[in-house]
Design a protein around this ligand. Structure first.
Ligand SMILES: [Zn+2]
Length: 266
């Protein structure tokens, strides 16, 4: 059964991971721009990163029959220096024109600071101005609910953005209902320990249904699992979910959301 992993940081993964994902049924991935595990020393470092996302990774993925798309932005962890961040934000429109780029992301908040919010609002403005989809990163643990609400309010305030064109990622049990109730899409990140495990994600599907919900591995340079999506499908099957629901959460829903960009193609 084929699947899409709509959030994974392949710049941090090996070519062996691409091969194993293809063997498990992965046909497409999308890779948001994010923190690299260290702060870049110059805005130009982001220019090279965006080239990596839009030139190198699509070619590497294609060797295994996986279609690679990406999202462009400056992440909240590197947005504390507003002057630095604005230089990066100025580079975004050039990359939005590239054929594999689906929108602006993953923007959001990390520590819910004033400077992070300023740069978040400016990037929401860029997305609105260019008619782009948005992929949102939400903060961790105790900052998550407050940060999720601040982000949703900022999207409502800035530009004429349909919440159906925004996906709020890393939802957990205490945030998913807030996100879905306001008309946004929600993403569950399947980490081995933190965020949602495959078991917790399956619990959430059982509580809230499968509408406007997707699952992703968010595999990166830290503890994470590039095969988390097929593992969650196994957990759902083990609990007796039907083929249609499993297919919807791991393929149909990401296909529906991403296709709104007009550029997503498998
Ligand atoms: Zn991410």
């Amino acid at each position: 059964m084929k699947y899409i992993d709509p959030h994974i940081h392949m710049v941090s993964r090996t070519t062996d991971d691409y091969e194993r994902m293809a063997q498990a049924g992965c046909v497409a991935i999308t890779e948001p721009a994010f923190w690299a595990g260290f702060d870049r020393s110059s805005p130009q470092g982001f220019y090279d990163y965006f080239r990596h996302l839009t030139e190198q990774e699509p070619a590497r993925a294609a060797q295994y029959g996986i279609k690679h798309h990406s999202w462009i932005c400056i992440n909240p962890k590197e947005a504390e220096d507003v002057g630095f961040a604005r230089e990066v934000v100025q580079m975004i429109p050039e990359f939005l024109q590239r054929e594999s780029v689906l929108g602006v992301g993953e923007i959001g908040l990390n520590k819910n600071s004033r400077n992070e919010l300023t740069i978040l609002e400016e990037q929401i403005g860029v997305a609105a101005q260019h008619g782009q989809l948005i992929l949102v990163h939400t903060p961790h643990l105790e900052d998550k609910l407050k940060g999720t609400k601040l982000i949703m309010d900022a999207i409502r305030r800035n530009g004429d953005i349909d919440p159906g064109r925004v996906l709020i990622d890393h939802v957990e049990e205490h945030t998913v209902e807030h996100v879905l109730d306001r008309g946004f899409w929600a993403g569950m990140t399947l980490y081995p320990d933190t965020k949602c495990t495959p078991q917790r994600a399956t619990d959430i599907i059982e509580m809230y249904g499968a509408e406007r919900l997707w699952i992703n591995s968010a595999g990166d340079w830290g503890p994470s699992d590039p095969l988390a999506v097929p593992k969650c499908r196994l957990e759902m099957a083990r609990r007796g979910h039907d083929h249609e629901t499993i297919e919807r959460i791991s393929f149909g829903n990401p296909l529906e959301f991403l296709s709104q960009s007009g550029k997503f193609a498998i």
